[in-house]
Design a protein around this ligand. Structure first.
Ligand code: SAM
Length: 250
């Protein structure tokens, strides 16, 4: 059960304190913690935040947390699958957590979909995923996840975390990433449509954009555009957005 839910508990206090500090640099904020486990990070977050909401799917752990934090009125334990929980019900929030790695991408997506309600997100993720989130164009790690994250947030890798800092240790090393939402996208940019377009462009990473977009746009239009001869991994977000505008212009 534990391994299936990605239950690797972080035990090094110095790392837990650094994650909480990055998540709540100022007093007075509301923080949502995803996957609190036995509450190791939760204790640090509760100390720093004005209000904390911890979302845990495992009923045994949720009960353990209710006991452990029964004298902490600032903390609400929500027993739920985070992917079904209404993250937008708490006003402007910071989202933090040592994430269950099997659902990192949907959690990042759900967090970024908070839009203006998101103050920042600080996540412990697999190192490889951290590299993909922060990757720049033209590198091996750059792909749909990089575009999806960086379109809406400035991504920084804060520090690495070795597998030895966990009980039981996972099979991979990890890193802490911070996502700082960008100011509102320009009104001219339809983020959802652009993400869908990026998804098509990266559908098969080794293919050219032209070949990935065949079927969605007329062949003649694709053949007329030089960028379509590249792979999507070679294009910056601004270039992908420009190509999208060109192809959707009537
Ligand atoms: N934060 C704790 C720590 O650092 O020690 C535990 C982190 S552990 C990597 C991931 C936690 O997420 C586990 O407690 C697991 O039960 C929980 N979890 C797994 N899937 C979940 C889901 N869909 N929704 C909410 N919590 C989930």
């Amino acid at each position: 059960m534990g391994r299936r839910l990605g239950q690797h508990f972080l035990v090094r206090q110095s790392i837990l304190a650094s994650i909480a500090e990055a998540a709540c640099p100022e007093a007075g904020e509301t923080v949502i913690e995803i996957g609190p486990g036995r509450g190791a990070l939760t204790s640090h977050l509760v100390e720093r935040a004005a209000r904390a909401v911890a979302i845990e799917i495992d009923p045994v752990l949720a009960q353990y947390l209710r006991e452990k934090f029964r004298d902490s009125p600032k903390l609400e334990i929500v027993e739920s699958d985070v992917l079904r929980a209404p993250l937008d019900a708490y006003g402007p929030v910071t989202v933090a957590g040592n994430l269950p790695y099997y659902i990192t991408s949907p959690i990042v997506e759900k967090t970024l979909a908070l839009g203006p309600l998101l103050r920042r997100a600080v996540f412990l993720v697999q190192q490889e995923v951290a590299a993909r989130l922060a990757a720049v164009p033209g590198t091996r790690d750059y792909g749909y996840l990089s575009v999806a994250a960086q379109l809406r947030a400035e991504v920084s890798i804060l520090f690495p975390v070795s597998r030895a800092a966990f009980r039981p240790p996972p099979k991979v090393d990890s890193a802490v990433v911070r996502l700082l939402p960008r100011p509102e996208a320009p009104a001219s940019m339809d983020t959802a449509a652009l993400l869908q377009f990026a998804g098509l462009c990266f559908r098969q990473k080794r293919k050219t954009i032209r070949n990935n977009l065949l079927g969605a746009y007329a062949k003649e239009r694709l053949d007329a555009l030089a960028e379509c001869g590249h792979r999507a991994e070679q294009l910056s977000i601004a270039e992908l957005a420009a190509l999208h505008r060109t192809l959707t212009a009537v």
